[in-house]
Design a protein. Structure first.
Length: 428
C-alpha cells in the first residue's frame, strides 16, 4: 500500500509529487502530465500570469521556469508573456527532474477501503494507498450556460475543448464570455480568417493594466507591491497569504473567491481584439436551437443596456458557439469519487468541499488541490501560483495524517466560527 496516491499531473499534482518524494513518502502519480496545457488550449495562446509567477514547486526551488527557459535559450522576462507550448514543455521537464515516473493512465474511481483508499485505473488495475491527493485541474468542472447545454458538441463547445481552432477557418463562430479565454480565443479565430463575434454579459469589457517595471522607486513598490496575482496589497494578500485567507469567515471567503479578479483580458491581447473582433456588450443568451438541418445555431439573445432592465430580444444565427464561461468546482462534479465518498463530503456555501488548513477534506486522508479549493484558500488557487503553497502545506498534512494513523473516517465538522477547522492534532 502506498503512502500517497496523487491523481492528476498538472502543475498542482506534479508540485505535490515533488514535495512528497522529497519527504520520503512512498507514492504513485497518475495522469497525463500537463494535459490541460497540452490538449485543451489552442496553439498560439500565452500565459496570462507573469513568468516569475508561473513556477511549479519543488522543495529547493531549483526547477523554475526561468531556468528551463535559460536552458532552452529563450526569454522569461517580466512583462513578456510565455507561450502555452513553452509552459507545457517546462512542466514535462519539471516532472522528469523532480517527481517519480508518472503513470499516464487515468484513474476512474476512488473508493474508501480499510486503512485508506482503493483506486481503479482505466484498464482495471486496482491500487491501494493510505492517503489520496486529488489534483484534477479544471476539466471536470467545465461550465456551459443552461441555454446551451442541450445542443450537441458539433454546435456548442467549451473553450477548453479546443487544441486546434483551424476547423473554424472561414466559418462563423460566436464566443460567449468576457474573460481572457473568450477574448484570446476570439483573437486567434479572427487572425485565422474566422468570422467571429463575442457576446459579453457585462456592459463593457475589462482589461488588465500593463504591469509596472520590476525595478521601480521604493515608494511605488510600497504603495502597490508586485504579487503573483498582480499589483496591489489586496492581490498580494490573496497571492502570498493563502493560509491567512483560510482563517477569514466562510461568507467572506466565498464572496471573495467568486468576485475577486473577475473576467478581464490581458493587456497584450487588447490590440488584437479592439477593431478586429465584433464585441456585443450587455448581451446574454436566453435560448438556443439548431437550424439548417443541424448545421448551425439560432441564438435568442437578450440585450440589456447598463446591465439591467428587461432588455430587447434579438436573434442571430451562427455556425458554432464556443462557451468561454469558466468552471464551477463543486462536490457533485468529482465523479471519480465513489458515490458514497462524494456524498459524504462536507461542502461550503459555494458547493465546493470544505477543506482544513492542510487541504484535507471532511473524509480523513482525502486531500484536495487546485481550483476546487479556491473558496477555502482564495483566488491564488485558480492560478499556477497557488501550487507552491498548496504542495508544501498539503504534504505536511499528509505526513501528519500518516503519523496519526486514523485514515478513512470523517473529519469532525467545523465549528460555528465561519471557517473549516483542522482535524484533531493538526494546526494551520
Amino acid at each position: 500500500m502506498y503512502d500517497l496516491l496523487v491523481v492528476g499531473a498538472g502543475p498542482y499534482g506534479l508540485s505535490i509529487a515533488s514535495h512528497a518524494a522529497a519527504a520520503g513518502l512512498r507514492l504513485r502519480v497518475f495522469g497525463r502530465p500537463m494535459a490541460s496545457w497540452r490538449d485543451h488550449m489552442p496553439r498560439g495562446m500565452f500565459l496570462k500570469s507573469e513568468p516569475w509567477a508561473s513556477n511549479l514547486s519543488d522543495p529547493d526551488g531549483r526547477w523554475q521556469l526561468d531556468r528551463y527557459c535559460a536552458d532552452q535559450r529563450t526569454a522569461a522576462r517580466h512583462g513578456e508573456p510565455i507561450p502555452v507550448e513553452t509552459f507545457a514543455e517546462y512542466g514535462l521537464w519539471f516532472a522528469r527532474n523532480t517527481a517519480p515516473e508518472v503513470d499516464e493512465r487515468m484513474v476512474t474511481r476512488v473508493t474508501p477501503c480499510p486503512g485508506g483508499f482503493e483506486a481503479v485505473t482505466e484498464d482495471g488495475q486496482v491500487v491501494h494507498a493510505r492517503t489520496v491527493a486529488l489534483a484534477v485541474g479544471v476539466m471536470p468542472f467545465v461550465e456551459i450556460p443552461p441555454a446551451l447545454r442541450d445542443l450537441p458538441p458539433s454546435l456548442v463547445s467549451h473553450s477548453s475543448h479546443h487544441h486546434d481552432l483551424s476547423r473554424f477557418r472561414g466559418r462563423d463562430v460566436t464566443v460567449v464570455g468576457g474573460g481572457q479565454a473568450a477574448l484570446e480565443t476570439a483573437a486567434l479565430l479572427a487572425e485565422q480568417g474566422t468570422r467571429v463575434r463575442v457576446l459579453v454579459r457585462a456592459d463593457r469589457l475589462s482589461w488588465n493594466d500593463v504591469p509596472p517595471p520590476w525595478e521601480r522607486p521604493w515608494w511605488q513598490s510600497a504603495r502597490a507591491p508586485h504579487s503573483g496575482l498582480g499589483c496591489g496589497w489586496r492581490n498580494w494578500f490573496y497571492a502570498e497569504r493563502p493560509g491567512l485567507f483560510h482563517r477569514l469567515p466562510e461568507s467572506t471567503r466565498t464572496r471573495v473567491a467568486a468576485t475577486a479578479l473577475g473576467p478581464a483580458g490581458a493587456w497584450w491581447v487588447r490590440d488584437r481584439v479592439e477593431g478586429a473582433v465584433e464585441v456585443l456588450p450587455g448581451h446574454e443568451v436566453a435560448a438556443a436551437g439548431p437550424v439548417r438541418d443541424g448545421a448551425g445555431v439560432r441564438l435568442e439573445v437578450v440585450h440589456r443596456t447598463g446591465g439591467e432592465g428587461t432588455g430587447v430580444l434579438a436573434t442571430l444565427e451562427t455556425d458554432h458557439v464556443i462557451s468561454a464561461t469558466g468552471f464551477a468546482a463543486t462536490c457533485d462534479r468529482l465523479t471519480l469519487l465513489s458515490p458514497d465518498l462524494r456524498a459524504g463530503l462536507t461542502s461550503g456555501a459555494a458547493g465546493s468541499p470544505r477543506v482544513t488548513s492542510v487541504f484535507e477534506s471532511s473524509h480523513r486522508g482525502l486531500f484536495l488541490a487546485g481550483l476546487i479549493t479556491a473558496p477555502g484558500f482564495g483566488p491564488a488557487m485558480r492560478f499556477v501560483h497557488g501550487a507552491a503553497y498548496t504542495a508544501g502545506t498539503l504534504v505536511r498534512g499528509v505526513r501528519r495524517r500518516l503519523r496519526a494513523g486514523d485514515v478513512g473516517a470523517a473529519v469532525p465538522a467545523p465549528g460555528r466560527r465561519g471557517h473549516s477547522g483542522a482535524p484533531a492534532g493538526v494546526r494551520g
